[in-house]
Design a protein around this ligand. Structure first.
Ligand code: FAD
Ligand code: FES
Length: 354
């Protein structure tokens, strides 16, 4: 990929201020200007429901706003002097005329970052950003027949898709089934219902668990009898995604199923150990539940990451010494193997190359 104008300015800034880091000069001019990391400024926090809010962010230098509907960004927030990173689907629609992007966050019970984003974030706060990525995207042009099946905060990437289809005026034949525990927890409800009014081709099916019971695959069959003929984008709680995977596989139409997970199921545990991050010389004693990604970040290292749940492989680093364990399935990795730091923990003393 050829460098953008902002990439070139960053490089020039790095050269003219060498040997001193350019960040110190740039940050004096504007806190969003930095040659080392991507930043954004919180412009607005819009309450959506009792436990969810949309955060509108104005990215600074070097952030390419040409994301695809359905992709996610990494957000780093400063809490108590430490940067904490999480991934969030972008809920806004990509538009060259917009200089902001939005994420929509549901505050998880006792969730360290989400609670803060929904209830404690002030406009004007500077956050760190990682570039948009992800394969859960809607092609352009979209397929002729689409099924969106979403649950809870899983609406966010699909909302970006719906808004994009609306903006491009290319709404195909879409069935959107959305479940929430209660009516009051349905994010973007008015906007979704207004879109369904606007387009004959868009059919909205709502399910409120406390009124209708859980929407399982049997109810899906009733709500959308021709689901086998549709390209499906499915995002929601883990049990819903597992049910979808089994249902599509049983019908032999797995290729038409696109799934986005918000979390990995980490059921295994490791013994922990003393971990050294070789290039930086940082080290720590870790328990067997802390991933190497979390540990590196807690030590202030700029660890590579994407999904933070074992899918994208952006976080892969070489294990120089020792043994680590994959917390999803207990698989062990030995020295000189590449490891996914977001889902592995120390199983004894080890050395990681970063
Ligand atoms: C690709 C992707 C896209 C995403 N998009 C969105 C989105 O659009 N909107 C959204 O809201 N979220 C999204 N997420 C999820 C998001 O990244 C965070 O995982 C989520 O907000 C929780 O983070 P947290 O720091 O608040 O919770 P954490 O503090 O990390 O905790 C997560 C959960 O575990 C529980 N927990 C924490 N510690 C313990 C413990 N010791 N024992 C037992 N339970 C514990 C907490 O109660 C909480 O429910 C996405 C994730 C991915 C990977
Ligand atoms: S960050 Fe995606 S696999 Fe580790």
């Amino acid at each position: 990929m050829s460098p953008t104008a902002t990439d070139l300015v960053r490089r020039v800034a790095s050269r003219v201020t060498t040997p001193l880091l350019p960040d110190d000069y740039l940050k004096l001019l504007n806190p969003l200007w930095t040659a080392r990391e991507l930043r954004g400024k919180v412009v607005e926090v819009i309450p959506e429901t009792e436990d969810a809010a949309t955060i509108v962010i104005k990215p600074g230098w070097g952030f390419r706003t040409g994301y695809q509907p359905g992709q996610y960004v990494g957000i780093g927030v400063d809490r108590d002097g430490k940067w904490h990173w999480r991934s969030y689907s972008i809920s806004s629609t990509p538009d060259a005329s917009e200089d902001t992007l939005s994420i929509t966050v549901r505050a998880m019970p006792e969730g360290f970052v989400s609670e803060h984003l929904v209830r404690g974030l002030e406009p004007g706060t500077i956050v760190r950003l990682a570039l948009p990525q992800g394969e859960f995207v809607l092609p352009d042009p979209p397929p002729a027949k689409v099924l969106f099946w979403t649950g809870g905060s899983g609406i966010t990437p699909v909302m970006s898709m719906l808004r994009t289809l609306d903006r491009r005026s290319t709404m195909p034949d879409v069935v959107h089934i959305h479940s929430t525990p209660t009516r009051a927890q349905a994010i973007f409800r008015d906007e979704r219902l207004a879109l369904a009014e606007k387009y004959d081709g868009l059919r909205m099916v709502e399910n409120f668990d406390d009124e209708h019971g859980i929407l399982d695959v049997a109810k899906l069959e009733v709500a959308c009898p021709d689901w086998r003929e549709r390209q499906a984008w499915v995002c929601g709680p883990a049990p819903m995604l597992e049910a979808a995977e089994k249902h599509w596989a049983a019908a032999g139409v797995t290729r038409s199923l696109h799934i986005e997970r918000f979390s990995a199921t980490l059921t295994a545990s490791a013994t922990g150990g003393h971990v050294t991050f070789a290039a930086s010389g940082k080290e720590a004693d870790l328990d067997g539940a802390t991933t190497l990604l979390e540990a590196g970040e807690a030590l202030g290292l700029q660890m590579p990451f994407g999904c933070r749940m074992g899918i994208c492989h952006t976080c892969v680093l070489p294990l120089k010494k020792g043994i680590v364990k994959d917390l999803r399935n207990g698989a062990e990795y030995q020295e000189n193997q590449n490891i996914q730091t977001c889902v592995t923990a120390a199983a004894g003393d080890c050395v990681i190359e970063i």
